[in-house]
Design a protein around this ligand. Sequence first.
Ligand code: PLP
Length: 633
Amino acid sequence: SDLYRVDGWGAPYFSVNSSGDISVRPHGTDTLPHQEIDLLKVVKKASDPKNLGGLGLQMPLVVRFPDVLKNRLETLQSAFDMAINSQGYEAHYQGVYPVKCNQDRFVVEDIVKFGSTYRFGLEAGSKPELLLAMNCLSKGSADALLVCNGFKDTEYISLALVARKLLLNSVIVLEQEEELDLVIDISRKMSVRPVIGLRAKLRTKHSGHFGSTSGEKGKFGLTTTQILRVVKKLDESGMLDCLQLLHFHIGSQIPTTELLADGVGEATQIYSELVRLGAGMKFIDIGGGLGIDYDGSKSSNSDVSVGYGIEEYASAVVQAVLYVCDRKGVKHPVICSESGRAIVSHHSILIFEAVSASTTHVSTQPSSGGLQSLVETLNEDARADYRNLSAAAVRGEYDTCLIYSDQLKQRCVEQFKDGSLDIEQLAAVDSICEWVSKAIGVADPVRTYHVNLSVFTSIPDFWGFSQLFPIVPIHRLDEKPTMRGILSDLTCDSDGKVDKFIGGESSLPLHEIGSGDGGRYYLGMFLGGAYEEALGGLHNLFGGPSVVRVMQSDSPHSFAVTRSVPGPSCADVLRAMQFEPELMFETLKHRAEEFLEQGEGEGEGLAFGSLTSSLAQSFHNMPYLSSCCFTAE
Ligand code: PLP
Protein backbone atom coordinates (compact mmCIF):
# COMPACT_ATOMS: atom_id res chain seq x y z
CA SER A 1 0.00 0.00 0.00
CA ASP A 2 2.99 2.26 0.58
CA LEU A 3 3.60 2.50 -3.16
CA TYR A 4 0.30 4.30 -3.52
CA ARG A 5 0.41 6.17 -0.16
CA VAL A 6 -3.04 4.82 0.75
CA ASP A 7 -2.45 5.34 4.46
CA GLY A 8 -1.56 8.99 3.85
CA TRP A 9 -4.53 10.19 1.79
CA GLY A 10 -6.94 7.39 2.62
CA ALA A 11 -7.10 7.45 6.41
CA PRO A 12 -9.45 6.85 8.11
CA TYR A 13 -11.72 5.63 5.30
CA PHE A 14 -9.53 3.55 2.99
CA SER A 15 -6.89 0.92 3.58
CA VAL A 16 -5.57 -2.28 2.03
CA ASN A 17 -6.98 -5.51 3.47
CA SER A 18 -5.37 -8.92 3.80
CA SER A 19 -6.70 -10.01 0.38
CA GLY A 20 -4.83 -7.12 -1.23
CA ASP A 21 -8.04 -5.20 -2.00
CA ILE A 22 -9.00 -1.67 -1.02
CA SER A 23 -11.18 -1.81 2.02
CA VAL A 24 -13.65 0.96 2.88
CA ARG A 25 -14.24 1.94 6.49
CA PRO A 26 -17.50 3.90 6.13
CA HIS A 27 -17.58 5.17 9.71
CA GLY A 28 -13.96 6.32 9.74
CA THR A 29 -12.16 5.54 12.99
CA ASP A 30 -15.42 4.27 14.51
CA THR A 31 -15.66 1.44 11.96
CA LEU A 32 -15.48 -2.00 13.53
CA PRO A 33 -13.44 -4.64 11.66
CA HIS A 34 -16.56 -6.56 10.58
CA GLN A 35 -18.05 -3.36 9.13
CA GLU A 36 -15.28 -2.90 6.58
CA ILE A 37 -16.41 -3.25 2.97
CA ASP A 38 -14.22 -4.80 0.29
CA LEU A 39 -14.46 -2.46 -2.71
CA LEU A 40 -13.73 -5.20 -5.26
CA LYS A 41 -16.76 -7.15 -4.03
CA VAL A 42 -18.93 -4.07 -4.53
CA VAL A 43 -17.64 -3.64 -8.08
CA LYS A 44 -18.18 -7.30 -8.90
CA LYS A 45 -21.69 -7.21 -7.54
CA ALA A 46 -22.59 -4.02 -9.41
CA SER A 47 -21.22 -5.18 -12.74
CA ASP A 48 -22.33 -8.79 -12.64
CA PRO A 49 -25.38 -9.31 -14.85
CA LYS A 50 -26.62 -11.98 -12.47
CA ASN A 51 -26.95 -9.46 -9.67
CA LEU A 52 -29.08 -6.35 -9.14
CA GLY A 53 -32.18 -7.91 -10.64
CA GLY A 54 -30.33 -9.18 -13.67
CA LEU A 55 -28.91 -5.76 -14.68
CA GLY A 56 -25.14 -5.65 -14.73
CA LEU A 57 -24.00 -2.04 -14.71
CA GLN A 58 -21.51 -0.87 -17.28
CA MET A 59 -18.24 0.73 -16.26
CA PRO A 60 -17.14 3.36 -15.37
CA LEU A 61 -18.88 3.26 -12.04
CA VAL A 62 -19.19 5.69 -9.17
CA VAL A 63 -19.58 3.97 -5.82
CA ARG A 64 -21.12 6.21 -3.18
CA PHE A 65 -20.92 5.58 0.54
CA PRO A 66 -23.51 7.72 2.36
CA ASP A 67 -22.05 6.63 5.70
CA VAL A 68 -18.80 8.37 4.75
CA LEU A 69 -20.78 11.58 4.11
CA LYS A 70 -22.39 11.22 7.52
CA ASN A 71 -19.01 10.72 9.14
CA ARG A 72 -17.53 13.78 7.41
CA LEU A 73 -20.43 15.92 8.55
CA GLU A 74 -20.22 14.66 12.13
CA THR A 75 -16.45 15.13 12.20
CA LEU A 76 -16.80 18.74 11.05
CA GLN A 77 -19.56 19.47 13.53
CA SER A 78 -17.74 17.88 16.45
CA ALA A 79 -14.51 19.71 15.59
CA PHE A 80 -16.35 23.04 15.90
CA ASP A 81 -18.29 21.91 18.99
CA MET A 82 -15.01 20.95 20.64
CA ALA A 83 -13.28 24.22 19.73
CA ILE A 84 -16.31 26.22 20.93
CA ASN A 85 -16.47 24.37 24.26
CA SER A 86 -12.77 24.38 24.95
CA GLN A 87 -12.32 28.08 24.14
CA GLY A 88 -15.45 29.30 25.96
CA TYR A 89 -17.03 30.66 22.77
CA GLU A 90 -20.57 31.83 23.47
CA ALA A 91 -22.44 30.89 20.31
CA HIS A 92 -22.75 27.79 18.21
CA TYR A 93 -21.56 26.54 14.82
CA GLN A 94 -23.98 25.68 12.06
CA GLY A 95 -22.67 24.76 8.65
CA VAL A 96 -24.15 24.87 5.17
CA TYR A 97 -23.27 22.58 2.29
CA PRO A 98 -22.56 24.39 -1.01
CA VAL A 99 -24.56 22.27 -3.41
CA LYS A 100 -22.33 23.16 -6.37
CA CYS A 101 -19.78 20.66 -5.07
CA ASN A 102 -22.10 17.81 -5.92
CA GLN A 103 -25.74 18.46 -6.76
CA ASP A 104 -26.73 14.81 -7.00
CA ARG A 105 -30.16 14.57 -5.46
CA PHE A 106 -29.29 11.71 -3.15
CA VAL A 107 -26.08 13.35 -1.96
CA VAL A 108 -27.93 16.56 -1.07
CA GLU A 109 -30.83 14.66 0.52
CA ASP A 110 -28.40 12.59 2.59
CA ILE A 111 -26.58 15.69 3.81
CA VAL A 112 -29.84 17.36 4.81
CA LYS A 113 -30.98 14.21 6.60
CA PHE A 114 -27.69 13.61 8.43
CA GLY A 115 -27.35 17.31 9.24
CA SER A 116 -30.84 17.94 10.55
CA THR A 117 -29.78 17.41 14.18
CA TYR A 118 -27.06 20.04 13.71
CA ARG A 119 -29.17 22.70 11.92
CA PHE A 120 -27.00 22.01 8.88
CA GLY A 121 -28.21 23.98 5.86
CA LEU A 122 -27.46 24.48 2.17
CA GLU A 123 -25.81 27.11 0.01
CA ALA A 124 -26.99 27.83 -3.54
CA GLY A 125 -25.28 29.85 -6.24
CA SER A 126 -27.85 29.85 -9.05
CA LYS A 127 -31.60 29.57 -9.58
CA PRO A 128 -31.76 25.80 -10.19
CA GLU A 129 -29.49 25.25 -7.19
CA LEU A 130 -31.84 27.40 -5.11
CA LEU A 131 -34.84 25.41 -6.31
CA LEU A 132 -33.21 22.12 -5.37
CA ALA A 133 -32.04 23.50 -2.03
CA MET A 134 -35.55 24.75 -1.20
CA ASN A 135 -36.93 21.36 -2.04
CA CYS A 136 -34.41 19.39 -0.01
CA LEU A 137 -34.47 21.72 3.01
CA SER A 138 -38.24 21.36 3.28
CA LYS A 139 -37.42 18.04 4.92
CA GLY A 140 -34.62 19.43 7.11
CA SER A 141 -34.22 21.38 10.33
CA ALA A 142 -36.33 24.55 10.67
CA ASP A 143 -33.26 26.51 11.84
CA ALA A 144 -31.05 25.46 8.94
CA LEU A 145 -29.76 28.34 6.82
CA LEU A 146 -30.38 28.60 3.10
CA VAL A 147 -27.55 30.85 1.94
CA CYS A 148 -28.20 32.43 -1.47
CA ASN A 149 -24.92 33.38 -3.12
CA GLY A 150 -23.98 34.12 -6.72
CA PHE A 151 -25.09 36.71 -9.26
CA LYS A 152 -28.75 37.59 -8.77
CA ASP A 153 -31.52 38.94 -10.93
CA THR A 154 -35.13 39.77 -10.06
CA GLU A 155 -36.20 36.17 -10.44
CA TYR A 156 -33.46 34.80 -8.17
CA ILE A 157 -34.26 37.36 -5.46
CA SER A 158 -38.01 36.72 -5.72
CA LEU A 159 -37.37 33.00 -5.38
CA ALA A 160 -35.25 33.55 -2.26
CA LEU A 161 -38.09 35.61 -0.79
CA VAL A 162 -40.65 32.95 -1.73
CA ALA A 163 -38.44 30.59 0.32
CA ARG A 164 -38.91 32.87 3.38
CA LYS A 165 -42.67 32.81 2.80
CA LEU A 166 -42.38 29.03 2.94
CA LEU A 167 -40.65 29.41 6.31
CA LEU A 168 -37.23 28.46 5.00
CA ASN A 169 -34.35 30.43 6.47
CA SER A 170 -33.11 32.04 3.26
CA VAL A 171 -30.38 34.67 3.46
CA ILE A 172 -29.79 36.83 0.39
CA VAL A 173 -26.05 37.47 0.29
CA LEU A 174 -25.21 40.58 -1.72
CA GLU A 175 -22.34 39.82 -4.06
CA GLN A 176 -22.72 43.07 -5.99
CA GLU A 177 -23.91 46.44 -4.79
CA GLU A 178 -26.59 46.64 -7.51
CA GLU A 179 -28.41 43.68 -5.98
CA LEU A 180 -29.44 45.78 -2.98
CA ASP A 181 -31.97 47.97 -4.85
CA LEU A 182 -33.62 44.84 -6.23
CA VAL A 183 -33.81 43.25 -2.77
CA ILE A 184 -35.36 46.39 -1.20
CA ASP A 185 -37.81 46.83 -4.04
CA ILE A 186 -38.94 43.21 -4.45
CA SER A 187 -39.21 42.48 -0.72
CA ARG A 188 -41.52 45.53 -0.33
CA LYS A 189 -43.66 44.38 -3.25
CA MET A 190 -43.88 40.87 -1.84
CA SER A 191 -44.31 42.13 1.75
CA VAL A 192 -41.51 39.88 2.99
CA ARG A 193 -38.90 41.04 5.48
CA PRO A 194 -35.67 39.69 3.98
CA VAL A 195 -32.63 38.46 5.83
CA ILE A 196 -29.65 40.00 4.09
CA GLY A 197 -26.01 39.07 4.11
CA LEU A 198 -23.13 40.69 2.35
CA ARG A 199 -20.01 39.24 0.89
CA ALA A 200 -16.92 41.18 1.78
CA LYS A 201 -13.93 41.40 -0.49
CA LEU A 202 -11.11 40.75 1.96
CA ARG A 203 -7.59 42.08 1.58
CA THR A 204 -6.25 38.74 2.82
CA LYS A 205 -5.16 36.80 -0.24
CA HIS A 206 -4.56 33.10 -0.76
CA SER A 207 -1.86 32.66 -3.34
CA GLY A 208 -2.55 29.09 -4.52
CA HIS A 209 -4.48 28.06 -7.64
CA PHE A 210 -7.79 28.41 -5.78
CA GLY A 211 -7.06 31.84 -4.39
CA SER A 212 -8.02 33.89 -7.42
CA THR A 213 -11.41 34.68 -5.85
CA SER A 214 -9.68 36.38 -2.93
CA GLY A 215 -7.92 39.68 -2.39
CA GLU A 216 -8.85 43.19 -3.46
CA LYS A 217 -9.00 42.22 -7.13
CA GLY A 218 -11.09 39.08 -6.48
CA LYS A 219 -14.11 38.37 -8.67
CA PHE A 220 -16.71 38.63 -5.92
CA GLY A 221 -17.81 40.70 -2.99
CA LEU A 222 -18.10 44.27 -1.87
CA THR A 223 -15.25 46.63 -1.11
CA THR A 224 -15.24 48.58 2.16
CA THR A 225 -16.62 51.67 0.37
CA GLN A 226 -19.46 49.62 -1.10
CA ILE A 227 -20.19 48.02 2.29
CA LEU A 228 -20.59 51.50 3.82
CA ARG A 229 -22.95 52.56 1.01
CA VAL A 230 -25.05 49.40 1.54
CA VAL A 231 -25.31 50.11 5.27
CA LYS A 232 -26.38 53.69 4.58
CA LYS A 233 -29.03 52.68 2.07
CA LEU A 234 -30.43 49.97 4.33
CA ASP A 235 -30.56 52.46 7.18
CA GLU A 236 -32.40 54.99 5.03
CA SER A 237 -34.86 52.26 3.99
CA GLY A 238 -35.48 51.26 7.62
CA MET A 239 -33.99 47.83 6.91
CA LEU A 240 -30.65 47.86 8.72
CA ASP A 241 -31.94 45.17 11.10
CA CYS A 242 -32.29 42.89 8.05
CA LEU A 243 -28.52 42.86 7.55
CA GLN A 244 -27.59 39.87 9.69
CA LEU A 245 -24.78 37.94 8.01
CA LEU A 246 -21.26 38.68 6.88
CA HIS A 247 -19.81 36.31 4.31
CA PHE A 248 -16.40 35.92 2.72
CA HIS A 249 -14.58 33.17 0.87
CA ILE A 250 -10.80 33.23 0.66
CA GLY A 251 -10.69 30.40 -1.89
CA SER A 252 -10.76 26.63 -1.92
CA GLN A 253 -7.91 24.53 -0.44
CA ILE A 254 -6.74 27.17 2.07
CA PRO A 255 -3.13 26.03 2.57
CA THR A 256 -2.49 26.97 6.23
CA THR A 257 -4.34 27.85 9.42
CA GLU A 258 -2.24 31.04 9.61
CA LEU A 259 -3.75 32.32 6.38
CA LEU A 260 -7.20 31.17 7.52
CA ALA A 261 -6.87 32.98 10.87
CA ASP A 262 -5.66 36.08 9.09
CA GLY A 263 -8.74 36.14 6.82
CA VAL A 264 -11.19 35.27 9.59
CA GLY A 265 -9.65 37.98 11.79
CA GLU A 266 -10.02 40.61 9.07
CA ALA A 267 -13.63 39.54 8.43
CA THR A 268 -14.44 39.66 12.13
CA GLN A 269 -13.22 43.24 12.24
CA ILE A 270 -15.69 44.06 9.45
CA TYR A 271 -18.40 42.14 11.32
CA SER A 272 -17.70 44.18 14.46
CA GLU A 273 -17.86 47.42 12.51
CA LEU A 274 -21.24 46.42 11.08
CA VAL A 275 -22.45 45.78 14.64
CA ARG A 276 -21.17 49.25 15.65
CA LEU A 277 -23.00 50.80 12.68
CA GLY A 278 -26.29 49.31 13.89
CA ALA A 279 -26.82 46.29 11.62
CA GLY A 280 -28.71 43.32 13.09
CA MET A 281 -25.64 41.05 12.83
CA LYS A 282 -25.96 37.42 13.96
CA PHE A 283 -23.86 35.22 11.65
CA ILE A 284 -20.31 35.15 10.36
CA ASP A 285 -20.11 32.88 7.30
CA ILE A 286 -16.49 31.98 6.61
CA GLY A 287 -17.15 30.40 3.19
CA GLY A 288 -15.44 27.22 2.01
CA GLY A 289 -11.78 26.37 1.79
CA LEU A 290 -11.32 23.59 4.34
CA GLY A 291 -8.76 21.60 2.39
CA ILE A 292 -8.20 17.99 1.44
CA ASP A 293 -4.89 16.19 1.57
CA TYR A 294 -5.01 14.56 -1.88
CA ASP A 295 -1.49 13.18 -1.76
CA GLY A 296 -1.22 12.46 1.95
CA SER A 297 1.84 14.68 2.31
CA LYS A 298 0.34 17.18 4.81
CA SER A 299 2.20 19.87 2.96
CA SER A 300 1.12 23.51 3.01
CA ASN A 301 2.89 24.61 -0.16
CA SER A 302 1.06 22.63 -2.80
CA ASP A 303 -2.46 22.79 -4.23
CA VAL A 304 -2.98 19.07 -3.64
CA SER A 305 -2.37 19.08 0.07
CA VAL A 306 -2.94 21.14 3.19
CA GLY A 307 -0.93 21.30 6.37
CA TYR A 308 -3.78 20.94 8.90
CA GLY A 309 -6.69 18.71 9.87
CA ILE A 310 -10.37 19.49 10.56
CA GLU A 311 -9.81 20.03 14.29
CA GLU A 312 -7.02 22.52 13.71
CA TYR A 313 -9.15 24.32 11.13
CA ALA A 314 -12.11 24.68 13.52
CA SER A 315 -9.88 25.72 16.38
CA ALA A 316 -8.18 28.44 14.31
CA VAL A 317 -11.54 29.85 13.16
CA VAL A 318 -13.07 29.97 16.65
CA GLN A 319 -9.94 31.49 18.12
CA ALA A 320 -9.75 34.22 15.47
CA VAL A 321 -13.42 35.23 15.83
CA LEU A 322 -13.25 35.10 19.62
CA TYR A 323 -10.12 37.24 19.81
CA VAL A 324 -11.53 40.11 17.73
CA CYS A 325 -15.03 40.03 19.26
CA ASP A 326 -13.69 40.07 22.82
CA ARG A 327 -11.36 42.97 22.10
CA LYS A 328 -14.21 44.90 20.50
CA GLY A 329 -16.79 43.87 23.12
CA VAL A 330 -19.01 42.34 20.43
CA LYS A 331 -21.44 39.48 21.13
CA HIS A 332 -20.08 36.26 19.62
CA PRO A 333 -21.77 35.49 16.29
CA VAL A 334 -23.03 32.11 15.14
CA ILE A 335 -20.22 30.67 13.01
CA CYS A 336 -21.26 29.28 9.67
CA SER A 337 -18.99 27.61 7.12
CA GLU A 338 -19.62 26.51 3.54
CA SER A 339 -17.30 23.51 3.38
CA GLY A 340 -17.96 21.52 0.25
CA ARG A 341 -14.82 19.70 -0.77
CA ALA A 342 -14.21 18.57 2.81
CA ILE A 343 -17.68 17.05 3.12
CA VAL A 344 -18.17 15.24 -0.17
CA SER A 345 -14.71 14.36 -1.55
CA HIS A 346 -14.27 11.06 0.28
CA HIS A 347 -17.76 9.63 -0.12
CA SER A 348 -17.50 8.52 -3.74
CA ILE A 349 -14.99 6.50 -5.71
CA LEU A 350 -14.76 6.38 -9.48
CA ILE A 351 -14.01 2.86 -10.65
CA PHE A 352 -12.77 2.16 -14.15
CA GLU A 353 -11.12 -0.68 -15.96
CA ALA A 354 -7.81 -0.86 -17.77
CA VAL A 355 -8.69 -2.80 -20.90
CA SER A 356 -5.32 -3.19 -22.57
CA ALA A 357 -1.75 -2.02 -22.29
CA SER A 358 0.71 -1.11 -24.97
CA THR A 359 3.49 -3.60 -25.45
CA THR A 360 6.82 -2.91 -26.99
CA HIS A 361 6.98 -5.56 -29.69
CA VAL A 362 10.73 -6.00 -29.55
CA SER A 363 11.92 -7.66 -32.67
CA THR A 364 14.58 -10.28 -32.82
CA GLN A 365 18.06 -9.28 -33.86
CA PRO A 366 18.01 -8.51 -37.58
CA SER A 367 19.95 -10.95 -39.74
CA SER A 368 23.34 -9.70 -40.90
CA GLY A 369 22.34 -10.11 -44.57
CA GLY A 370 19.17 -8.03 -44.06
CA LEU A 371 21.14 -5.44 -42.16
CA GLN A 372 23.77 -5.22 -44.85
CA SER A 373 21.26 -4.50 -47.62
CA LEU A 374 19.39 -1.96 -45.42
CA VAL A 375 22.57 -0.08 -44.50
CA GLU A 376 23.49 0.14 -48.18
CA THR A 377 20.21 1.95 -48.87
CA LEU A 378 20.88 4.58 -46.20
CA ASN A 379 22.40 7.88 -47.16
CA GLU A 380 25.85 8.92 -45.96
CA ASP A 381 24.67 10.70 -42.77
CA ALA A 382 22.28 7.96 -41.73
CA ARG A 383 24.99 5.37 -42.29
CA ALA A 384 27.32 7.35 -40.00
CA ASP A 385 24.57 7.45 -37.34
CA TYR A 386 24.13 3.72 -37.65
CA ARG A 387 27.87 3.13 -37.18
CA ASN A 388 27.98 5.46 -34.17
CA LEU A 389 24.92 3.77 -32.66
CA SER A 390 26.50 0.33 -33.02
CA ALA A 391 29.76 1.52 -31.48
CA ALA A 392 27.99 3.19 -28.53
CA ALA A 393 25.93 0.03 -27.96
CA VAL A 394 29.09 -2.09 -27.84
CA ARG A 395 30.59 0.30 -25.27
CA GLY A 396 27.28 0.25 -23.30
CA GLU A 397 26.89 4.04 -23.47
CA TYR A 398 23.18 4.54 -22.82
CA ASP A 399 22.90 8.28 -23.46
CA THR A 400 24.95 8.22 -26.65
CA CYS A 401 22.84 5.33 -27.92
CA LEU A 402 19.68 7.36 -27.39
CA ILE A 403 21.11 10.34 -29.28
CA TYR A 404 22.19 8.30 -32.34
CA SER A 405 19.08 6.20 -32.38
CA ASP A 406 16.86 9.37 -32.46
CA GLN A 407 19.07 10.90 -35.12
CA LEU A 408 19.05 7.76 -37.26
CA LYS A 409 15.28 7.46 -37.08
CA GLN A 410 14.83 11.11 -38.03
CA ARG A 411 17.11 10.81 -41.06
CA CYS A 412 15.33 7.64 -42.19
CA VAL A 413 11.95 9.35 -41.96
CA GLU A 414 13.37 12.04 -44.24
CA GLN A 415 14.52 9.35 -46.67
CA PHE A 416 11.07 7.74 -46.51
CA LYS A 417 9.46 11.10 -47.28
CA ASP A 418 11.61 11.59 -50.37
CA GLY A 419 10.87 8.04 -51.48
CA SER A 420 14.35 6.55 -51.11
CA LEU A 421 13.33 4.12 -48.31
CA ASP A 422 10.30 1.86 -48.52
CA ILE A 423 7.91 1.10 -45.65
CA GLU A 424 9.54 -2.26 -44.81
CA GLN A 425 12.95 -0.58 -44.58
CA LEU A 426 11.57 2.17 -42.36
CA ALA A 427 10.01 -0.45 -40.06
CA ALA A 428 13.33 -2.34 -40.00
CA VAL A 429 15.15 0.80 -38.81
CA ASP A 430 12.61 1.23 -35.99
CA SER A 431 13.14 -2.42 -35.04
CA ILE A 432 16.91 -2.02 -34.99
CA CYS A 433 16.69 1.01 -32.72
CA GLU A 434 14.23 -0.75 -30.40
CA TRP A 435 16.36 -3.87 -30.33
CA VAL A 436 19.51 -1.92 -29.45
CA SER A 437 17.70 0.06 -26.74
CA LYS A 438 16.31 -3.09 -25.21
CA ALA A 439 19.68 -4.86 -25.42
CA ILE A 440 21.44 -2.16 -23.43
CA GLY A 441 18.51 -1.57 -21.06
CA VAL A 442 17.30 1.85 -22.12
CA ALA A 443 13.92 0.73 -23.46
CA ASP A 444 11.11 2.97 -22.24
CA PRO A 445 9.65 1.01 -19.34
CA VAL A 446 6.47 3.11 -19.22
CA ARG A 447 3.48 1.55 -20.90
CA THR A 448 0.23 3.12 -21.92
CA TYR A 449 -2.75 1.53 -20.18
CA HIS A 450 -5.96 2.09 -22.11
CA VAL A 451 -8.78 2.80 -19.69
CA ASN A 452 -12.52 2.60 -20.25
CA LEU A 453 -13.09 6.19 -19.22
CA SER A 454 -13.25 9.78 -20.43
CA VAL A 455 -10.90 12.09 -18.56
CA PHE A 456 -12.97 15.05 -19.79
CA THR A 457 -16.17 13.66 -18.32
CA SER A 458 -14.92 12.10 -15.12
CA ILE A 459 -11.71 13.93 -14.11
CA PRO A 460 -12.30 17.39 -15.60
CA ASP A 461 -10.13 19.13 -13.02
CA PHE A 462 -7.14 17.07 -14.13
CA TRP A 463 -7.72 18.07 -17.73
CA GLY A 464 -8.47 21.69 -16.84
CA PHE A 465 -5.68 22.48 -14.40
CA SER A 466 -3.80 19.28 -13.52
CA GLN A 467 -5.58 18.71 -10.21
CA LEU A 468 -4.21 15.40 -8.94
CA PHE A 469 -6.28 12.67 -7.37
CA PRO A 470 -5.03 9.42 -5.88
CA ILE A 471 -5.46 6.65 -8.48
CA VAL A 472 -4.87 3.11 -7.31
CA PRO A 473 -5.66 -0.44 -8.44
CA ILE A 474 -8.43 -1.56 -6.08
CA HIS A 475 -7.15 -5.14 -5.97
CA ARG A 476 -3.91 -7.15 -6.36
CA LEU A 477 -2.24 -4.85 -3.85
CA ASP A 478 -0.60 -7.86 -2.23
CA GLU A 479 1.21 -8.42 -5.53
CA LYS A 480 4.23 -6.35 -6.53
CA PRO A 481 3.40 -4.30 -9.64
CA THR A 482 5.80 -5.18 -12.44
CA MET A 483 5.06 -2.29 -14.78
CA ARG A 484 4.79 1.44 -14.78
CA GLY A 485 2.09 3.07 -16.84
CA ILE A 486 0.24 6.18 -17.83
CA LEU A 487 -3.50 6.07 -18.44
CA SER A 488 -4.95 6.86 -21.81
CA ASP A 489 -8.72 7.27 -22.15
CA LEU A 490 -11.23 6.45 -24.89
CA THR A 491 -11.55 9.93 -26.36
CA CYS A 492 -9.95 10.83 -29.67
CA ASP A 493 -8.01 13.60 -28.01
CA SER A 494 -4.40 13.74 -26.94
CA ASP A 495 -5.43 15.53 -23.73
CA GLY A 496 -7.44 12.48 -22.75
CA LYS A 497 -4.74 10.92 -20.62
CA VAL A 498 -3.49 10.91 -17.05
CA ASP A 499 0.27 11.20 -16.92
CA LYS A 500 0.79 12.97 -13.61
CA PHE A 501 0.18 11.31 -10.31
CA ILE A 502 0.40 12.17 -6.64
CA GLY A 503 3.91 12.29 -5.26
CA GLY A 504 5.16 14.08 -8.38
CA GLU A 505 5.24 10.81 -10.36
CA SER A 506 4.88 10.78 -14.12
CA SER A 507 3.74 7.16 -14.21
CA LEU A 508 1.94 4.77 -11.90
CA PRO A 509 3.14 1.36 -10.69
CA LEU A 510 0.71 -1.10 -12.30
CA HIS A 511 0.22 -4.82 -12.68
CA GLU A 512 0.20 -6.86 -15.84
CA ILE A 513 -3.37 -7.03 -17.12
CA GLY A 514 -4.84 -10.42 -17.67
CA SER A 515 -3.54 -12.36 -14.71
CA GLY A 516 -5.74 -12.81 -11.64
CA ASP A 517 -9.35 -11.78 -10.97
CA GLY A 518 -10.66 -13.15 -14.26
CA GLY A 519 -8.34 -10.94 -16.28
CA ARG A 520 -10.09 -7.81 -15.06
CA TYR A 521 -7.99 -4.91 -13.82
CA TYR A 522 -9.91 -2.29 -11.88
CA LEU A 523 -8.56 1.08 -10.86
CA GLY A 524 -10.14 3.56 -8.48
CA MET A 525 -9.89 7.32 -8.47
CA PHE A 526 -10.39 8.49 -4.92
CA LEU A 527 -11.35 11.79 -3.24
CA GLY A 528 -13.20 12.97 -6.35
CA GLY A 529 -16.65 13.37 -4.77
CA ALA A 530 -16.52 17.18 -5.04
CA TYR A 531 -16.83 19.21 -8.25
CA GLU A 532 -15.89 16.44 -10.75
CA GLU A 533 -19.40 15.14 -11.42
CA ALA A 534 -21.01 18.46 -12.30
CA LEU A 535 -18.03 19.91 -14.19
CA GLY A 536 -17.61 16.95 -16.54
CA GLY A 537 -18.65 17.51 -20.15
CA LEU A 538 -19.73 15.34 -23.06
CA HIS A 539 -16.53 15.37 -25.13
CA ASN A 540 -16.77 12.67 -27.82
CA LEU A 541 -20.24 12.08 -26.38
CA PHE A 542 -19.06 9.98 -23.48
CA GLY A 543 -21.58 10.59 -20.72
CA GLY A 544 -21.38 10.11 -16.98
CA PRO A 545 -20.68 6.85 -15.16
CA SER A 546 -23.11 4.36 -13.65
CA VAL A 547 -23.72 4.96 -9.96
CA VAL A 548 -24.36 2.70 -7.00
CA ARG A 549 -25.08 3.67 -3.42
CA VAL A 550 -23.68 1.23 -0.90
CA MET A 551 -24.64 0.79 2.72
CA GLN A 552 -23.44 -1.70 5.20
CA SER A 553 -25.89 -4.50 5.85
CA ASP A 554 -26.61 -6.17 9.18
CA SER A 555 -24.51 -9.28 8.71
CA PRO A 556 -20.75 -8.96 9.22
CA HIS A 557 -18.54 -8.08 6.22
CA SER A 558 -21.52 -7.59 3.95
CA PHE A 559 -23.12 -4.67 2.23
CA ALA A 560 -26.25 -3.76 0.34
CA VAL A 561 -26.54 -1.82 -2.88
CA THR A 562 -29.41 0.52 -2.01
CA ARG A 563 -29.59 2.29 -5.36
CA SER A 564 -28.19 1.59 -8.78
CA VAL A 565 -28.44 3.86 -11.79
CA PRO A 566 -26.95 3.02 -15.18
CA GLY A 567 -25.00 5.86 -16.77
CA PRO A 568 -26.48 7.82 -19.68
CA SER A 569 -27.05 5.71 -22.78
CA CYS A 570 -25.99 6.62 -26.33
CA ALA A 571 -29.58 7.81 -26.85
CA ASP A 572 -29.31 10.06 -23.76
CA VAL A 573 -26.10 11.76 -24.88
CA LEU A 574 -27.46 12.19 -28.41
CA ARG A 575 -30.57 13.80 -26.97
CA ALA A 576 -28.33 16.26 -25.10
CA MET A 577 -27.06 17.41 -28.51
CA GLN A 578 -30.63 17.96 -29.81
CA PHE A 579 -30.84 14.70 -31.76
CA GLU A 580 -33.99 12.65 -31.46
CA PRO A 581 -32.86 9.05 -30.96
CA GLU A 582 -36.33 7.61 -31.59
CA LEU A 583 -36.48 9.33 -34.98
CA MET A 584 -32.89 8.36 -35.75
CA PHE A 585 -33.74 4.75 -35.04
CA GLU A 586 -36.81 4.89 -37.26
CA THR A 587 -34.81 6.44 -40.11
CA LEU A 588 -32.14 3.75 -39.93
CA LYS A 589 -34.74 1.03 -39.60
CA HIS A 590 -36.55 2.32 -42.65
CA ARG A 591 -33.29 2.29 -44.61
CA ALA A 592 -32.69 -1.29 -43.53
CA GLU A 593 -36.16 -2.25 -44.68
CA GLU A 594 -35.61 -0.67 -48.08
CA PHE A 595 -32.21 -2.17 -48.79
CA LEU A 596 -32.76 -5.60 -47.30
CA GLU A 597 -35.99 -5.99 -49.28
CA GLN A 598 -34.13 -5.21 -52.47
CA GLY A 599 -31.36 -7.57 -51.45
CA GLU A 600 -28.83 -4.75 -51.73
CA GLY A 601 -27.63 -4.73 -48.13
CA GLU A 602 -24.10 -5.54 -47.14
CA GLY A 603 -23.62 -8.92 -45.52
CA GLU A 604 -26.32 -10.95 -47.18
CA GLY A 605 -28.29 -13.21 -44.94
CA LEU A 606 -28.33 -10.76 -42.06
CA ALA A 607 -31.92 -10.89 -40.95
CA PHE A 608 -33.85 -7.66 -40.65
CA GLY A 609 -34.79 -8.54 -37.08
CA SER A 610 -31.25 -9.01 -35.84
CA LEU A 611 -30.05 -5.89 -37.63
CA THR A 612 -32.69 -3.67 -36.03
CA SER A 613 -32.24 -5.23 -32.62
CA SER A 614 -28.51 -4.57 -32.77
CA LEU A 615 -29.26 -0.97 -33.78
CA ALA A 616 -31.70 -0.64 -30.88
CA GLN A 617 -29.09 -2.06 -28.51
CA SER A 618 -26.56 0.53 -29.65
CA PHE A 619 -28.91 3.36 -28.73
CA HIS A 620 -29.69 1.72 -25.41
CA ASN A 621 -26.14 0.99 -24.21
CA MET A 622 -23.70 3.40 -22.63
CA PRO A 623 -21.09 4.93 -24.96
CA TYR A 624 -18.19 3.23 -23.14
CA LEU A 625 -16.62 -0.09 -24.13
CA SER A 626 -18.81 -2.96 -23.10
CA SER A 627 -16.89 -5.71 -21.37
CA CYS A 628 -17.21 -8.17 -24.26
CA CYS A 629 -14.85 -5.96 -26.28
CA PHE A 630 -11.93 -6.18 -23.89
CA THR A 631 -8.74 -7.50 -25.32
CA ALA A 632 -6.21 -7.82 -22.57
CA GLU A 633 -2.84 -8.23 -24.25
N1 PLP B 1 -18.56 28.97 -0.85
C1 PLP B 1 -18.22 29.70 -1.93
C2 PLP B 1 -18.77 31.06 -2.06
C3 PLP B 1 -17.38 29.15 -2.91
O1 PLP B 1 -17.04 29.88 -3.98
C4 PLP B 1 -16.90 27.84 -2.73
C5 PLP B 1 -16.01 27.22 -3.72
O2 PLP B 1 -15.08 27.71 -4.24
C6 PLP B 1 -17.28 27.12 -1.60
C7 PLP B 1 -18.11 27.72 -0.68
C8 PLP B 1 -16.80 25.72 -1.35
O3 PLP B 1 -15.45 25.69 -1.13
P1 PLP B 1 -14.74 24.34 -0.69
O4 PLP B 1 -15.20 23.28 -1.59
O5 PLP B 1 -13.32 24.65 -0.78
O6 PLP B 1 -15.14 24.06 0.72
